[in-house]
Design a protein around this ligand. Structure first.
Ligand SMILES: Cc1cc2nc3c(=O)[nH]c(=O)nc-3n(C[C@H](O)[C@H](O)[C@H](O)COP(=O)(O)OP(=O)(O)OC[C@H]3O[C@@H](n4cnc5c(N)ncnc54)[C@H](O)[C@@H]3O)c2cc1C
Length: 318
């Protein structure tokens, strides 16, 4: 039996890659992109619950599966955008096995990173093959020098919720800090080697908020998104009182769009206003030769999500 808070760090001793659901790690091992000893969380006894504190805050254990997160009644009621994101990603089979921790810490799906024979900055190479080669699914916010996008839907969603992380062995405090600005081409996240993510913390649900998760995808299911967005709106007296907008699959880390959020505050809660403000989602994009189409998808996805959010059932009822 392994307990996160005590035995796991000792069991690992900084040596060996953690395996949670294994859906990312096993594929990398099969493709010879990962090797060496494993620390298996299969038998861990904690980190498997979604717990609500006396103050209404919620702790999601790192080993909660994505399917459990999507189905949890409290998450669906208090954080509907997060539940939608969890229920919309990957496949039922992956969601049944993949964990919250593994989702946040999964490695990029860049096809050059996953092909051991290709040169890749994240595998210690001196150049980014995607930048010169096929980067159709890559960044349109080019943080450089790595052109890949981050794959974590839950990372994007939790960024919109200003979630905090519980980490053993490092002082990271928030999901935003877990990813940083994405400019270090060698990293998928800023969790130091040997550190363990034990859970994610959310503030108590905000009564009256409306949220929507939306993904643009190239086929009906079983695919990573081309663009994804989560919007949260507080609406009072027919105007937007506060807004959080996060986007994924567009940069080397999940992003918030602070200029869009700022423009939303005080705007009339009308489809026309949402459509006009969504155009600001283009600001700061600098697409690669093949990713210009993502800028149009991004604006459209943000517009669609904002418009849909206006008619969503508010948290806690009308
Ligand atoms: C067809 C398909 C479509 C997909 N679409 C999406 C999608 O749209 N959005 C999306 O987000 N994902 C998508 N995925 C990826 C899938 O969600 C991930 O593979 C899964 O979430 C990883 O979780 P896991 O528990 O299996 O991680 P693992 O494979 O066990 O681990 C992943 C990484 O995290 C590390 N790790 C795991 N847990 C911890 C911990 N507690 N502390 C420290 N390190 C840890 C591991 O060492 C490893 O490096 C898709 C996958 C497939 C096959």
């Amino acid at each position: 039996m392994i307990r996160f808070a005590s035995d796991l760090a000792a069991a690992q001793g900084g040596d060996g890659e953690i395996r949670a659901g294994g859906t990312d790690l096993q594929e990398r091992r099969r493709m010879h992109g990962a090797a060496g000893p494993l620390v298996d969380l299969r038998d861990a006894t904690d980190g498997r619950a979604i717990e609500v504190g006396a103050d209404g805050r919620v702790r999601i254990g790192a080993l909660v599966t994505i399917a459990e997160l999507a189905a949890d009644a409290g998450v669906r009621a208090g954080y509907p955008g997060l539940a939608q994101a969890a229920g919309g990603l990957a496949t039922p089979q992956i969601r049944a096995v993949g964990t919250v921790g593994g989702n946040l810490l999964q490695h990029t799906r860049c096809w050059y990173y996953r092909a051991p024979e290709a040169e890749c900055l994240k595998r210690g190479g001196s150049t980014c093959s995607a930048r010169k080669g096929d980067h159709l699914w890559h960044a349109c916010f080019d943080r450089g020098p790595c052109a890949s996008v981050h794959a974590s839907t839950l990372g994007m969603a939790l960024l919109a919720y200003d979630a905090r992380v519980a980490v053993l062995g490092a002082s990271l405090a928030t999901v935003a800090e877990l990813y940083g600005d994405g400019r270090d081409a060698t990293k998928h996240n800023l969790l130091p080697d040997g550190a363990v993510l034990s859970g994610v913390d959310l503030d108590a649900p905000r009564r009256g908020e409306r949220s929507v998760y939306l993904r643009v995808i190239s086929r009906a299911r079983a695919e990573w998104p081309l663009v994804e967005v989560l919007v949260r709106l507080g609406v009072e007296a027919d105007a937007v009182a506060w807004a959080k907008v996060a986007v994924g699959a567009v940069a080397s880390v999940p992003l918030r769009l602070p200029h869009v959020e700022a423009a939303l505050v005080g705007a009339p809660a009308t489809p026309e206003a949402m459509l006009a403000i969504a155009a600001l989602a283009r600001e700061g994009t600098d697409p690669l030769p093949m990713t210009g189409y993502k800028v149009d998808l991004l604006e459209g996805a943000v517009a669609d999500a904002l418009e849909r959010a206006l008619v969503e059932q508010p948290v806690g009822g009308a």
